[in-house]
Design a protein around this ligand. Structure first.
Ligand code: SF4
Length: 86
């Protein structure tokens, strides 16, 4: 029996492991036109903020219900928290 992977509240989906949900997310990310994507540095900056946020719950933002790895990829998107962390 394989070891169960521990998933913490601060995990992004990419850390949860290969599964159907992650594959679907990767397909959505790939389908987003390049001109609508935040650049890599901005994307990583946003995800870094999400990783430290109390509203992150296993890849989902509890403020809006979005998967942060997709929300943060959209250039025009913003953090839905009261203080707009990004
Ligand atoms: S509230 Fe903002 S920083 Fe926190 S998880 Fe949601 S999008 Fe990320």
């Amino acid at each position: 029996m394989p070891d169960a992977q521990k998933i913490c509240k601060r995990c992004l989906l990419a850390a949860v492991g290969e599964n159907e949900l992650l594959r679907s997310l990767e397909e959505l990310k790939a389908a987003l036109p390049d001109e609508e994507k935040a650049d890599t540095a901005e994307y990583e900056r946003r995800l870094g903020i999400c990783r430290r946020c109390d509203f992150l719950n296993a890849g989902t933002c509890l403020k809006c219900g979005c998967y942060v790895e997709f929300r943060a990829l959209k250039k025009k998107m913003y953090c839905p928290g009261e203080n707009r962390k990004w």
